[in-house]
Write a protein that binds this ligand. Structure first.
Ligand code: MEV
Length: 454
């Protein structure tokens, strides 16, 4: 049984962290070492030879930190979230917020079936209404033809499920084939289907074939997340839990009113989502494209995750999201977060075939399906949003950022081993997070050690 509570994980040495993670995941630590590389060697699950076969013009590989977010509980189960990201404080913030959510019973999440949209563009259609009827009249036959183009998917339980026709005006039609991609992200599958059906639907419509490609606005493949947090766990120095809760709600309202703020609010959500997408070998450009298009679906760019106070929504019944309603143990006055987001993720094929790091990411996530991975990913997104809003609504984010940034500055100044933390702490507390301050502190500590030794 995986636990995502590993107290003091961040204080362990890298080697001990690997040992702890291996124990929780139930894998030999040498497996982690084999993928991540010996501790003193730069590696990350992809060797140069494989990289050279993966894309063009390769001159090497590019490593990023691979971390685990802790404390996550979703639908009553603990998860470790693998995160590949370069931005300091993202993993710590998500883990910290997940701990607060845990106090309220963890995340509740649900997902749609893994349906992707295959688009076939037609133009030069003289009579759109007649063409639409002609295509819809052959729906079953077209769906069967689509299935014949992807036999392996059909044998895995997926396949074409429905077909819709949209009239874009001026003789332009677009045919959507809805395809259940099961555990694949599905881009190749739905592109194959679009290409294989295009001529046939064009003949039925009396039009010309245009583009044949998936839509990254995968709004039939959404994930919903809900969490509810008792206010006292939100309290932070100088702010009561209620003050923090109300500040988070106001921040959420700001994002709902202002697309400029909504973009940054959503960036904070993607801070949690993208690293998991990358760690599990998925296509983060697709996920980003889908998320932002979905955020603008109402004609105005809006926040993907919103926050309100339970039982206090202008006298209305507590809002539900899909099948996610209030928890039985929830009380009026708790902070509630709701998010719906399209996520197009796979746990088979693609990068997973070649990248050991991505396979390790999947192993760490401990998920059995693409839907479960999408739900986990969305929970990390909500946790990241919560952490950002809590900081912004109180002391601001710079203090936390600076504390973490101080570590990189200490390393850049030459600190090694335990001196990294000591130098970082000293310069963060002094408010001067600069190389010069770090060097001076290092010098001071070095001197102290020499003096003590004499
Ligand atoms: C920084 O990476 C993310 C934030 O700007 C998100 C936000 O403003 O909500 C802190």
């Amino acid at each position: 049984m995986v636990t995502s509570r590993i107290p003091g994980f961040y204080k362990l040495s890298l080697a001990d962290r690997r040992r702890a993670a291996a124990e929780v995941l139930g894998v030999p630590v040498r497996e982690l070492d084999a993928v991540l590389g010996a501790l003193d060697v730069r590696a990350g699950g992809l060797d140069t030879k494989t990289a050279d076969k993966t894309i063009e013009n390769v001159i090497g590989t590019y490593a990023m930190p691979f971390a685990l977010a802790l404390n996550l509980q979703m639908n009553g189960r603990d998860y470790l979230a693998p995160m590949v990201v370069e931005e300091p404080s993202v993993v710590a913030a998500a883990s910290n917020a997940a701990k607060m959510v845990r106090e309220g019973g963890g995340f509740a999440s649900e997902s749609d079936a893994p349906i992707m949209i295959s688009q076939i563009q037609l133009d030069g259609v003289a009579d759109a209404a007649r063409a639409t009827s002609a295509i819809l009249a052959r729906k079953d036959e077209l769906l069967r033809a689509a299935d014949r183009a992807v036999p392996n998917l059909v044998s895995r339980g997926g396949g074409a499920r429905d077909l819709e026709v949209r009239d874009l005006g001026d003789g332009w039609l677009v045919v959507h084939v809805l395809v259940d991609c099961r555990d694949a992200m599905g881009a190749n599958l739905v592109n194959t289907i679009a290409e294989s059906l295009a001529e046939r639907v064009a003949r039925l419509a009396g039009g010309r074939v245009g583009l044949r490609i998936l839509s990254n606005l995968s709004d039939r493949r959404c994930v919903r997340v809900r969490c509810a947090i008792p206010p006292h766990v939100l309290a932070t120095e100088g702010y009561s839990g209620e003050e923090v809760r109300d500040g988070i709600v106001r921040a959420s309202q700001f994002a709902s009113r202002d697309p400029y703020r909504a973009a940054t609010h959503n960036k904070g959500i993607m801070n949690g989502i993208d690293p998991v997408v990358i760690a599990t070998g998925n296509d983060w450009r697709a996920v980003e494209a889908g998320a932002h298009a979905f955020a603008a679906r109402g004609g105005r760019y809006a926040p993907l995750c919103t926050w309100h106070v339970s039982g206090h929504v202008s006298g209305d019944a507590e809002p539900t999201l899909g099948g996610l309603g209030p928890f039985a143990h929830e009380r009026a006055g708790w902070l509630v977060g709701l998010m719906e987001i399209p996520l197009q993720l796979g746990i088979v094929g693609g990068t997973l075939r070649v990248h050991d790091g991505a396979r390790l990411g999947l192993l760490a996530a401990g998920v059995d399906s693409a839907q479960e991975l999408s739900m986990l990913c969305a929970c990390v997104g909500v946790a990241s949003n919560l952490a950002a809003l809590r900081a912004l609504a109180t002391v601001g984010i710079q203090r936390g950022h600076m504390a973490l940034h101080a570590r990189s500055v200490a390393i850049a100044a030459g600190a090694k081993g335990e001196l990294v933390e000591r130098v970082a702490q000293a310069i963060a507390e002094s408010g001067h997070v600069t190389i010069e301050a770090a060097r001076a502190e290092l010098h001071r500590l070095d001197r102290g050690m020499v003096d003590a030794a004499e």
